[in-house]
Design a binder for this molecule. Structure first.
Ligand code: NAG
Ligand code: NAG
Ligand code: NAG
Ligand code: NAG
Ligand code: NAG
Ligand code: NAG
Ligand code: NAG
Ligand code: NAG
Ligand code: NAG
Length: 892
C-alpha cells in the first residue's frame, strides 16, 4: 500500500500525460469525402468499429453483395476465435471463394482511396496457406497478384493486414474490384478472400498532379513526372515522424492511418510542440493531421557530430517501381525563425533530391506546414532481388547562424503503377520468414469474444501504460534539464525492425547516366506548340520566342524556347544553358525539362511559370499590384536562387543577367530565376575576366570598368531589381528627366536627400512598416555600391530581406491588433538616410547618358562609343564588347 501512495504523483503525471495526448476530435473534419463506403465482408448486419465508424454488411440483400461468375458461390465465414483478433470490425467475418468474385461500387468520379483489409487466419474449410489470389480494379489495374496475406502477415507482428490504393474513377465509370484465386495446381486449390473494403474519396490534387502546377521532380534526373489518371498508387509507408501513431479517426477526414516512428537508422532528437496552432498558408489544411507537423526528428545540438553524419531512414520497398516520396515539414523550434537558419540537403536513394532544402523558405514562416514531393525509381538488380530499401538521408547545409541541423516531420511513400498498370510485387521470400506461428487451437477458449477482447485490451493497455509512463518520465526529465523545447534522444537503430536488421537488402545504386536531360524530337515539340502557333507565344527571350506547350499527351504544361535560327550568338549559349541547367536544381531556379536539336532547330523545354515575369507584375501592367509582403517573398526567393548559384554548387556560377524579366513566378508566385544563357562559372573565387555582357540599367559599373566579373556583379543587378520592386519603375527610363534615367543612381540620390519615401510605388504608400523600409532600402543601397567589395554577398542579402519580411509581419500583426479592420495605414513618414556618409560616392552615369528605351528592357550596342540602340527583333539584349576603351567608361 505504501508503494502505491508513493506512486500517486507519478500516476497523476501519467494521467495528465494521457489526457494531453489523447485528444478526441469532435470538430468537423477538414475534408468531408463525397464517397465514404466501409464494407464489412461476410457480414449481414451493420456494425461500428472501435472508432465508431459504421461498416455495412455485404451479404444479400446488401446493395454491395459481390457478383460471381461461376455457379460455385463464394462462402462467408466468421473468423475463428483467436487471441489476436483485436478489433472485431471488419476482421471478424470474411468472404472467401475458390472462384472469382467482383464487387461493384457506384462512385462519384474523381480520385479515391481503396482500402482492403485481411485477417490472415484459417477459416472453416479454408486453410490460410492456400490463400493466393489477384485483385484487379476496373480490369485495368492489378493491385495484388498471387498475393498471400499469410506470408506477409507472418513477416510482421500482426495477422491483420491492410492495403491502401489510390485510383481515379472517370466520368460514367463505376469501381469494380475483382478477386481472382491463383489458378489451381495439381496438388493445391487456391482461394481468394477479403474481410473489409473501404472506398473513400479524396481531394482532387492531394496526391495526383495538378496539370496546372509543376509536377514533382524525378530524383537524379532533370525532368519532372506527373501522376495522372493512368496511374494507380499504393501507399507503402505513412509515418508521423517524431510523433505517435494516428488512428483513422484522427486523420483530416480521409481515414488514413499514420504510423509512428519506424525505420530511423541514425540517431536524432525529437522536438515536439503538442499544442502548437499551425498556419496553413502554404498547403491545404487537410493535407495531414496537425500532429504530424507538431513533432519532428532533428539531428540535435552537437553540430560537430551533425556535420559528419546524416539523418537516415531506410524504408523497405519493392524494387522495380517508381515511388512518390512526400516529405512533410514544419519548422516548430521556437528559435528558428528565418530562411537560411536550417538549410539542409535531401538525398533520396543516395541521389541529391534537394540541394538547398529550407523549410521556412518553402513555407514562408514558422509553424507553417509544407510538403515536397519527389519521384524516385528503385531499380531492380537482377531477377532474384525482391526487396529493397529506399533511403532518405538529410544532411546539414550552410546555415547562416552556424547551427547545422536538418528536420523532418512526416513521410508518405507511394508505389506507382508500372507501364503494365501493375502495382503488385512478389510475396516476400520465404527465407525471410520466421518459424510458423503456433497452430490454431479452435475452441481453446470458451470465453465470449467480447470479454476476451477486453481482457487483452487491459493487458496490452497495462503494458502500454507502463511503456508510456517510462517514456513520459524520460521526456519530463529531459524537458526540465535540456534546452530544446522538448526532446529525447533516439538511439541508433532503435526503430529498425527486426526482420531487416543486418540484412543489406540493397545492392548497388542505379547507374543511369547523370546528365539525363530529356531529349525531345522536333515532332513532339511541334505537337506541343501546335506547330509553333503564334497564339501560344508567351514571351520573346534572349534568343528567340518562348511558347507555351503541352507535352505528355497534354498532361504537362511547359515553356518551350525556340532558338532564333538567325541568331549567331545563340547556339553557344544554348548549349551552355543546357549544360548548366541540367546540373542545377533549386526551388528558386527554373527547371530545365529537356531539349531538342532535330533538324538544326534548337529548342529548350522548361517548367511553365504561369505567372510570367516579375516585371509584368510591377508596372505597365493591368495585373493587380503585388502586396508588399508578396514582393518581399519574391525577392527573398530570387535571392535564394542566386545565392545557390553563387555558393551552392562546386564552381560558383555568376548569372550575369539578373533583371526583373529573368525572375519568373510560378502559379503560387514563387520566384524562380531563369535564363542562364549568359552564366559564367567562376573559378574558385577568382574574378572572371570576360567580355562585358548584361542589360543596361542593371549592369555593374565596377564590372563594366574593370571587366572583372564576380558574384558581386549579380549583387549589383539584384540591387537594381530591389529598387524596381520598391518603386515600380524601370531600371532605365530615358523618358524621364535626365538625372532620373538610371533608377539605381536616382535612388541613391534620393536616399542621400532623404526623399526615398517619396518615390516608392504609389500602391505601396502606407503599406510598408518604417522599420522594414529602413532595412530594405539599406540592403538595396548596399547592393548598388560602386565597388564590388563594398557590396554584401547574396547570402547576406537573403538574410537581411528575411529580416525585413519578419519586421513587416511583426508590424502588421501589431497594427492588426490596434485596428483589426486593416484600413489604417502606416502613417509615419518613411525616411532613410545613408548611415555611412564618410564615403564619398561617385555616381557613375555612364549608362544614363545614352540610348533609348526598349520594352523588353534589353539593349544592344552597335559600336564602341557607348551609344546604344534598342534591338527590336533580334532581342539579343546583351552588349557584347561595348567597353573596349576604358576611358569611354569612366566618363560621366
Ligand atoms: C445497413 O446500412 C445500410 C446503409 O446504411 C442500409 O441500407 C441497410 O438497411 C442496413 N442494414 C441493416 C441490417 O441494418
Ligand atoms: C461453401 O458453401 C457451399 C454452399 O453455399 C458449400 O456447399 C460448400 O461446402 C462451402 N465450401 C466450403 C469450403 O466451406
Ligand atoms: C468491371 O469494369 C470493367 C471496366 O469498367 C468492365 O469491362 C467489366 O465488365 C466490369 N465487370 C463487372 C463484373 O462489372
Ligand atoms: C480548412 O481550410 C478551409 C479552406 O481554406 C477552411 O474553410 C476551413 O475552415 C479550414 N478548417 C479548419 C479546421 O481550419
Ligand atoms: C559531439 O560530437 C563529436 C564527434 O562525434 C564528439 O567528439 C563530441 O564529444 C560531441 N560533443 C558533445 C558535447 O557531445
Ligand atoms: C536555440 O536555443 C538554444 C538555447 O536556447 C541554443 O543553444 C540553440 O543554439 C538555438 N538554436 C538556434 C538555431 O538558434
Ligand atoms: C549522407 O548520405 C549521402 C547519400 O547517401 C551520402 O552521399 C553521404 O556521404 C552521406 N554523408 C554522411 C556524412 O554520411
Ligand atoms: C505464388 O507465390 C508463391 C509464394 O511466393 C510461389 O511459390 C508461387 O510460385 C507463386 N505462383 C504463381 C502462379 O506465381
Ligand atoms: C545509400 O545510403 C545509405 C544510407 O546513407 C547507405 O547505408 C548505403 O550504403 C548507400 N548505398 C550506396 C550504394 O551508396
Amino acid at each position: 500500500m505504501g508503494n502505491i501512495s508513493r506512486l500517486k504523483p507519478i500516476l497523476l503525471v501519467f494521467l495528465l500525460f494521457l489526457l494531453s495526448h489523447i485528444s478526441i476530435t469532435t470538430s468537423t473534419p477538414r475534408y468531408i469525402p463525397v464517397v465514404n463506403i466501409a464494407l464489412n465482408c461476410g457480414s449481414d448486419g451493420n456494425l461500428t468499429d472501435e472508432y465508431g465508424r459504421y461498416w455495412i454488411g455485404d451479404k444479400e440483400p446488401s446493395k454491395f453483395a459481390p457478383t460471381e461468375e461461376h455457379s460455385q458461390k463464394s462462402n462467408t465465414s466468421d473468423a475463428p476465435n483467436s487471441p489476436d483478433l483485436g478489433d472485431p470490425v471488419p476482421y471478424e467475418t470474411a468472404r472467401l471463394s475458390y472462384s472469382q468474385f467482383t464487387y461493384v461500387f457506384p462512385v462519384t468520379p474523381g480520385p479515391i482511396f481503396v482500402r482492403l483489409y485481411f485477417y490472415a487466419v484459417s477459416y472453416s474449410g479454408f486453410d490460410r496457406s492456400l490463400a493466393f489470389f489477384t485483385v484487379k480494379a476496373n480490369t485495368k489495374f492489378t493491385f495484388l497478384r498471387n498475393f498471400s496475406a499469410s506470408i506477409h502477415a507472418d513477416l510482421g507482428d500482426s495477422r491483420h493486414l491492410s492495403k491502401e490504393f489510390c485510383i481515379i474513377i472517370e466520368e460514367d465509370q463505376k469501381l469494380n474490384l475483382t478477386f481472382i484465386p491463383t489458378p489451381s495446381t495439381a496438388s493445391s486449390r487456391f482461394f481468394a478472400f477479403v474481410n473489409g473494403i473501404e472506398i473513400v474519396s479524396m481531394p482532387k490534387y492531394l496526391y495526383y498532379s495538378d496539370p496546372e502546377k509543376t509536377s514533382p521532380p524525378y530524383v537524379g534526373q532533370t525532368f519532372r513526372f506527373a501522376i495522372d489518371n493512368n496511374k494507380a498508387l499504393e501507399m507503402i509507408h505513412r509515418l508521423n515522424i517524431g510523433g505517435s501513431s494516428i488512428s483513422p479517426m484522427g486523420d483530416t477526414g480521409m481515414f488514413r492511418e499514420w504510423s509512428d516512428n519506424k525505420y530511423l537508422l541514425s540517431g536524432g532528437v525529437i522536438p515536439r510542440q503538442p499544442n502548437l496552432a499551425l498556419k496553413y498558408s502554404a498547403i491545404p489544411n487537410y493535407t495531414a493531421p496537425d500532429d504530424v507537423y507538431r513533432s519532428a526528428i532533428t539531428m540535435g545540438p552537437n553540430t560537430t557530430w551533425n556535420l559528419h553524419s546524416n539523418l537516415t531512414w531506410g524504408l523497405p520497398v519493392d524494387p522495380g517501381f517508381n515511388y512518390l516520396v512526400r516529405l512533410h515539414f514544419c519548422e516548430i523550434e521556437p528559435n528558428i525563425t528565418m530562411a537560411g537558419e536550417r538549410p539542409f540537403i535531401i538525398y533520396i536513394d543516395n541521389k541529391t533530391a534537394e540541394g538547398n532544402a529550407d523549410v521556412i523558405m518553402w513555407s514562408g514562416g514558422r509553424d507553417t506546414p509544407v510538403f515536397q514531393d519527389y519521384i524516385v525509381m528503385i531499380q531492380k538488380m537482377g531477377d532474384d532481388q525482391d526487396t529493397s530499401t529506399l533511403f532518405i538521408d538529410l544532411h546539414p547545409g550552410k546555415a547562416t547562424n552556424a547551427i547545422y541541423d536538418a528536420i523532418l516531420n512526416g513521410v508518405e511513400v507511394f508505389k506507382l503503377s508500372d507501364n503494365n498498370n501493375n502495382l503488385a510485387g512478389p510475396n516476400p521470400p520465404s527465407t525471410l520468414l520466421p518459424p510458423p506461428p503456433p497452430a490454431q487451437q479452435p475452441g481453446s477458449t470458451s470465453k465470449s469474444r467480447k470479454t476476451r477482447f477486453i481482457a487483452i485490451g487491459t493487458g496490452v493497455g497495462l503494458f502500454l501504460a507502463l511503456l508510456t509512463l517510462a517514456c513520459c518520465l524520460v521526456v519530463w526529465k529531459l524537458r526540465t534539464s535540456k534546452r530544446y523545447s522538448s526532446y529525447y534522444p533516439v538511439s541508433k537503430c532503435w526503430f529498425w525492425s527486426d526482420q531487416n536488421k543486418g540484412k543489406s537488402m540493397r545492392t548497388k545504386a542505379s547507374s543511369l547516366p547523370e546528365d539525363l536531360c530529356r531529349q525531345f524530337s522536333l515532332e513532339e515539340i511541334k505537337t506541343a506548340t501546335h506547330n509553333f502557333d503564334e497564339e501560344l507565344v508567351i514571351g520573346v527571350g534572349g534568343f528567340g520566342k518562348v511558347y507555351k506547350g503541352f507535352i505528355d499527351d497534354g498532361t504537362m504544361v511547359v515553356a518551350i524556347k525556340r532558338l532564333n535560327p538567325e541568331s549567331r550568338q545563340g547556339p553557344k549559349e544554348f548549349w551552355k544553358e543546357i549544360e548548366m541547367l541540367s546540373q542545377l536544381r533549386h526551388v528558386h531556379l527554373v527547371s530545365l525539362i529537356g531539349y531538342s536539336n532535330d533538324e538544326r532547330e534548337l529548342v529548350l523545354v522548361y517548367d511553365y511559370m504561369s505567372n510570367g515575369t516579375l516585371r509584368e507584375h510591377l508596372y505597365d501592367t493591368n495585373k493587380d499590384s503585388l502586396p508588399w509582403i508578396r514582393r518581399l517573398e519574391i525577392c527573398i526567393g530570387a535571392a535564394c536562387g542566386l545565392n545557390y548559384l553563387h555558393t551552392g554548387v562546386k564552381h560558383p556560377i555568376i548569372h550575369r543577367d539578373v533583371k526583373t524579366t529573368n525572375i519568373l513566378l510560378d502559379e503560387n508566385c514563387v520566384a524562380k530565376v531563369s535564363d542562364f544563357g549568359l552564366s559564367k562559372e567562376g573559378q574558385d573565387d577568382k574574378a572572371v575576366s570576360t567580355l562585358v555582357k548584361g542589360t543596361f540599367g542593371y549592369l555593374d559599373p565596377d564590372y563594366a570598368r574593370r571587366r572583372q566579373l564576380t558574384e558581386k556583379s549579380d549583387v549589383y543587378s539584384f540591387g537594381v531589381v530591389l529598387f524596381e520592386v520598391l518603386c515600380a519603375r524601370k531600371a532605365l527610363n530615358p523618358k524621364l528627366e535626365e538625372e532620373q534615367w538610371n533608377l539605381a543612381n536616382w535612388a541613391r540620390k534620393c536616399i542621400e536627400k532623404g526623399t526615398m519615401g517619396e518615390i516608392i510605388d504609389s500602391n505601396l504608400m502606407g503599406k510598408i512598416a518604417p522599420e522594414c523600409f529602413k532595412v530594405y532600402v539599406d540592403i538595396a543601397e548596399s547592393c548598388v555600391r560602386d565597388q564590388g567589395s563594398q557590396r554584401p554577398t547574396m547570402n547576406d542579402v537573403m538574410d537581411k530581406l528575411s529580416f525585413a519580411l519578419q519586421l513587416q509581419k511583426e508590424a502588421d500583426a501589431t497594427k492588426e491588433k490596434v485596428n483589426p479592420d486593416g484600413k489604417e495605414t502606416y502613417r509615419e513618414v518613411l525616411s532613410f538616410h545613408v548611415s555611412d556618409t564618410t564615403e564619398t560616392r561617385r555616381y557613375n552615369n555612364i549608362f544614363s547618358g545614352q540610348g533609348s528605351e526598349l520594352d523588353s528592357g534589353t539593349w544592344l550596342t552597335s559600336n564602341n562609343t557607348g551609344m546604344t540602340y534598342p534591338s527590336l527583333d533580334s532581342d539579343i539584349g546583351k552588349c557584347e564588347d561595348v567597353f573596349t576603351d576604358t576611358s569611354n567608361v569612366s566618363k560621366g
